[in-house]
Design a protein around this ligand. Sequence first.
Ligand SMILES: Cc1cc2nc3c(=O)[nH]c(=O)nc-3n(C[C@H](O)[C@H](O)[C@H](O)COP(=O)(O)OP(=O)(O)OC[C@H]3O[C@@H](n4cnc5c(N)ncnc54)[C@H](O)[C@@H]3O)c2cc1C
Length: 361
Amino acid sequence: MKHNSSDIIILGGGLTGLTLAYLLRAQEVKVHILEAKERLGGRIYTKYPENLAPQEMGATWLGKKHTALVALLAELQLGIFEQRMEDRAIYEAISTSPPQLVTLPHNPEPSYRIQGGTSRLIEALTNQLEGTEIFTGQIVEAIEKTAEGFQVNANLQTFTAPILVSTLPPHLLTQKIQFTPALPDALLAVASQTHTWMGESIKVSLTYEAPFWRASNLSGTLFSNAGPITEMYDHSNVEDNTYALKGFLNGAYYAATKEERLAVIMGQLRKYYGPQIEKFVTYEEAIWREDPFVFFPYPAHVLPHQNNGHELYRRTYLDGKFFVAGSETAAQFPGYMEGAVRSANFVAKALTAHFSVSKAN
Ligand SMILES: Cc1cc2nc3c(=O)[nH]c(=O)nc-3n(C[C@H](O)[C@H](O)[C@H](O)COP(=O)(O)OP(=O)(O)OC[C@H]3O[C@@H](n4cnc5c(N)ncnc54)[C@H](O)[C@@H]3O)c2cc1C
């Protein structure tokens, strides 16, 4: 088995892990990122169907209040654009009444999307990580605290470093990775009840040759209490020359087949748009609870965002050398992309201080 050593190991190649490595690149330290999948980005996942609008299967929207993310995007020279909403939406209050066309009030804080797709952020960060070695396909299974630091056993290789940062959702970290010695009980108790944001969600998208809904004076926005699609939006590209609709499907449909899901989606959308809804070019879906590197069942029911941003996540463990990072751990905006960037900023600051002291000595 190959043995790899570095100064810092970062578990997870999602937004937190990649941003942290990006922030540490000015330090003269060797960083290894271990990612279970072959794909980087974690819960950021844009699909790029050929010659069609990029489709966000994971994180999509940000607001101007997400100042850390906005600053990072500006630094990486990535543009944002406002989510197309117009002022009309289809609204279905209850299954026993027909859907209505409603006028939306002015939104003083609109949502924005990243030009070219959210995965452009992952690519831009990765392009800046020349000095960082990224190992994909490495499913971390066990971590041992040694006299020198940590030994991290992945399915393929073993890695060692004096400092270790996890960016996995805390529940996943503590349920899937075996620690020797065990992590403190208080941390385990909180982590087992820390909700992984959007872990149960289902995203669905349909691409079209033309935005036919606009010709019918519709915006593509819909809100439905009857479902199974609960909300949907125009998901055309920033140039507005490739077109799509994208939304959330009721999470209970995870156990259905793809064909069954598509059938109920068509049944619902036909009510609003007529038979032209059937003429889609591609149908994409992401069933996030089926992703073993995002979702793991909880021992007891958890509420959305439960324990997100808990103060135990801003302490260090195992002789002060183990950091529990990731979006869910951030003090502000936990669960969101903003939380991921803030978490990376927080750990980068602590590590930068640590390395300055080490150099001074
Ligand atoms: C459907 C959906 C919609 C969303 N919409 C929005 C939105 O509109 N706006 C917004 O701000 N946020 C949104 N989010 C949340 C946003 O995606 C997350 O906050 C952010 O991407 C989290 O980044 P992270 O790096 O902290 O965690 P993750 O992206 O979860 O990264 C953790 C990484 O660890 C890897 N990993 C897991 N287990 C192991 C292991 N054992 N060994 C090695 N690697 C492992 C994973 O593969 C993953 O790459 C959405 C999420 C989803 C799923």
